[in-house]
Every structure is written in structure tokens, then in C-alpha cells.
Ligand binder design. Structure first.
Ligand code: PLP
Length: 416
């Protein structure tokens, strides 16, 4: 992980870029896995668009529209560089990970999947990498198969191998579980899927913000992620695809910008990626995403990973030594960014509510992963997640807050 030009994060300097941390009540924001904070340079880039060259793209034959088009396309190049895509045309802007996966399910899926085909998923998928495949399976008669997890919360790779057959047309898998934090052995999964002729969709919503993801090295067919989890704005996400696949796929949505010619009864379509970007896109948000890619690259993805691992390890050990706390997922070195837990006798929503009174923001619920909750035999978990602006002090505040929650609930149950 440590490379010749590795620089540890200057967390104090980074925090200066996030005005939310300068508020009167100190905020321990431990919910970046849901949506990360947005640094000033990203907001400033979007403000500059609104203040100085606000206009639609790809159509205007005037200066500010040309500037907007250039900035939008520059953002595409920055995103391509972030994941080492060979060509910026392979970056399709969507609203978020969910829309990117739906795009593949509707476009590639409808054209490719038939009733005898199988789609392999895992039990740790977020609903956004599950429901689109359920809808596709219902429409086509295809069958969904699920890879189980081990007791430690790791993907059961032997089970994956059993499920992969010549019937498998697609493996759709998360890179990092948003509940367990498990980092899946993506390279091996992709190689095994390709060996039976299946394509692979990677849900990279929780990995691209945290460490270097190289689509050429991985050789994945599709990869999806969201801007808002990597210091970018909401309303912008990315679908990466292999060029021949994107070129063959029918359009997802029809309308302006995605056409070449339109007659009364028939149209021809624009080249990739415009073919998949119908209507006016999220222009400011795409520009913001490009700057977010710059921001995390300049901070250093290796440095972000090392830093968040330190916080994760510290939190893991602190919570593990506390009586009444159950941790979910594997050991810290096998996961990234998130730590799920439950506190005996306290509903996760109450934990989150009590922590909030102390200025600590965590998430509680099923985390859009209900099949995984069923597997873990819980209705919900509490989840703390860590990013480049978090500190060891945030982790200590979490620990103190949980101890206070335990004492409060203990007092309440004894006063009844
Ligand atoms: N996949 C994973 C692993 C996630 O954690 C999330 C968001 O929490 C998503 C997909 C969906 O992301 P979005 O809501 O931005 O589409």
C-alpha cells in the first residue's frame, strides 16, 4: 500500500475544506457511506458554473455554452482517469449507482437475458444491485442465484464456483459491502465469471471513494458508482462499460441529446456515451464530480485508505472490548470504511438518536440490504462509517456516546 510517493493525510488541513466541521456544535460525522460531505473546492467549481457560464451543453453555439460543454466533458475525462478507463467515452453519467445498474439491467439485460439464463448475485447486495435484477428476471423468466457468506461475513467463494455454470450470463457483485464492510475478492470473482462466459457488473459505490479501482486491471464489464459518496454532489453517478458492450446496447431512455436523426416513425441514435444520456443532464453536478475526483486523487487514495483503516481498526477494537456490543463482518483488515454493530437491549434507531444528542451522526436500519439482515438474523444494525476528514477523536466520541447510551438504557430499565 505504501508507495514511493505516499503522503499521509493532513487531516487538519482537509477539515478546513469542510465548513460543516466549523459549526458551533462539533460534529462527528460517521455516515459517509450513506453520503459523504462536500469540500469547498467542489462547491466552488459548481458555483463558478452557476455564476459565470451557466447554460445548456452540446447545443449552444455561443461562448458560455461551449465552456459548459468543455467543462462537462473534462469531468468525464477526470472520472475516466480516476478508474483508469481506457477511453472517456466509456464513462456514462447517470444520476447515481442505482440508475447506472438499472441502465445495464434494462438495456443490456433485456437484449441479452432469456428464460433459461441465470444471474448470480450475493446475499450482501444493496437493494440497488438486487431489485433491478429481480425485475429483469420477472420480465424474462431468468433465474437469480445467490452466493452465501461465511460465518465471518466473507463471500463464500467455493459456493460462487458451484453456482457458476454455462447458464450463468451475469455476475452482479458489490466490491465492498455497505453493511459488513467486506472487501470482496473482485479479481478472482471476475476471472471465475469470465471462465464460464458470464459478464460482470461491479457495484463500486463503496470502493471507488476509498481506494484505487482500476477497471482495466480488473477487466470488469460494467462498474457503477455515485458522486455523493466520494465528496461530490448528489444527482450524479457513473456507469463504466466496455466499449463494444456499450456500443451494442440499445438505448435506455429516449429523448433529446441521445439521437442522431429523428423521423416520424423511427430514429437513429447518437454514439456512446450520448446514446445513454437522454435529456439535459446534471451539468453542475458532473462538473462537481470531476473536481471531487481531483480532490480525492490529490489527497491520495492510498492515504485515504490507510487513514480510514486506522480509524476502522481503532473503532473495531474499542467496540469489541465493550460488553453488550455485537460487531458484524470480518476482521478490520478484510473490510473497508464501515463498521456495523448492535448494542444489546437498545434498538439501532435509539442508538442513533442518543448519539445524535451528542453531535455524533451514524446510520441505523436495514441499510437497503434486507436479505443480508435476514441472513444475519437481525432487523437492523447501527453503522459507523469513516472517511478522509474523520479523526480518532470522532471514534472516541462514538465509543463514549455508546457507553452513555448503555448507561441511559440501563437506568431506564431499572427505574421501571
Ligand atoms: N450500492 C452500495 C454498496 C451502496 O452502499 C449504495 C448506497 O448506499 C448504493 C449501491 C446505492 O447508491 P445510490 O443511492 O447513490 O444509487
Amino acid at each position: 500500500m505504501h508507495t514511493a510517493n505516499f503522503h499521509p493525510l493532513d487531516v487538519e488541513a482537509i477539515r478546513q475544506d469542510f465548513p460543516i466541521f466549523a459549526g458551533e456544535q462539533p460534529l462527528a460525522f460517521l455516515d459517509s457511506a450513506a453520503s459523504a460531505q462536500t469540500p469547498q473546492p467542489v462547491v466552488a467549481a459548481m458555483d463558478t458554473y452557476y455564476d459565470t457560464y451557466r447554460s445548456n451543453i452540446h447545443r449552444g453555439v455561443y461562448r458560455i455554452s461551449e465552456e459548459a460543454t468543455a467543462q462537462y466533458e473534462r469531468a468525464r475525462e477526470k472520472v475516466a482517469k480516476l478508474i483508469n478507463a481506457p477511453n472517456a467515452r466509456q464513462i456514462v453519467f447517470t444520476r447515481n449507482t442505482t440508475e447506472a445498474i438499472n441502465l445495464v439491467a434494462y438495456s443490456w439485460g433485456s437484449a441479452t437475458i432469456g428464460k433459461d439464463d441465470e444471474i448470480v448475485l450475493t446475499v450482501m447486495e444493496h437493494h440497488s444491485n438486487l431489485v433491478p435484477w429481480q425485475i429483469l428476471a420477472q420480465r424474462t423468466g431468468a433465474t437469480l442465484r445467490f452466493v452465501e457468506i461465511t460465518d465471518e461475513g466473507l463471500l463464500n467463494f467455493a459456493h460462487l464456483r458451484e453456482l457458476l455454470t454455462e447458464k450463468t450470463k451475469l455476475v452482479a457483485v458489490t466490491h465492498v459491502s455497505n453493511v459488513l464492510g467486506t472487501v470482496n475478492p473482485l479479481q478472482s470473482i471476475i476471472d471465475a465469471a469470465h471462465a464460464v462466459g458470464a459478464k460482470v457488473v461491479v457495484d463500486a459505490a463503496q470502493s471507488v471513494p476509498h481506494f484505487r479501482v482500476d477497471v482495466q486491471q480488473l477487466n470488469c464489464d460494467f462498474l457503477a458508482f455515485s458522486g455523493h459518496k466520494m465528496c461530490g454532489p448528489t444527482g450524479i453517478g457513473v456507469l463504466y462499460g466496455k466499449l463494444p458492450l456499450l456500443e451494442e446496447m440499445p438505448p435506455f431512455l429516449g429523448g433529446g441529446s441521445m439521437i442522431r436523426t429523428v423521423e416520424r416513425d423511427v430514429s437513429t441514435y447518437a454514439d456512446v456515451p450520448a446514446k445513454f444520456e437522454a435529456g439535459t443532464p446534471s451539468i453542475a453536478e458532473a462538473i462537481g464530480l470531476g473536481h471531487a475526483a481531483d480532490y480525492i486523487t490529490q489527497a491520495g487514495l492510498e492515504a485515504i485508505h490507510v487513514h480510514t483503516q486506522q480509524l476502522l481498526q481503532h473503532a473495531h477494537h474499542r467496540l469489541k472490548e465493550t460488553q453488550g456490543i455485537t460487531l458484524y463482518g470480518p476482521e478490520p483488515h478484510q473490510k473497508a470504511g464501515v463498521l456495523s454493530f448492535n448494542v444489546a437491549g437498545i434498538h439501532p434507531h435509539d442508538i442513533a438518536g442518543i448519539l445524535d444528542m451528542h453531535g455524533i451522526a451514524i446510520r441505523a436500519g436495514h441499510h437497503c440490504a434486507q436479505p443480508l439482515m435476514q441472513k444475519l438474523d437481525v432487523i437492523a444494525t447501527a453503522r459507523a462509517s469513516f472517511y478522509l476528514y474523520n479523526t480518532l477523536e470522532d471514534v472516541e466520541r462514538l465509543y463514549d456516546g455508546l457507553r452513555k447510551a448503555q448507561k441511559l438504557m440501563h437506568r431506564r430499565s431499572h427505574s421501571r
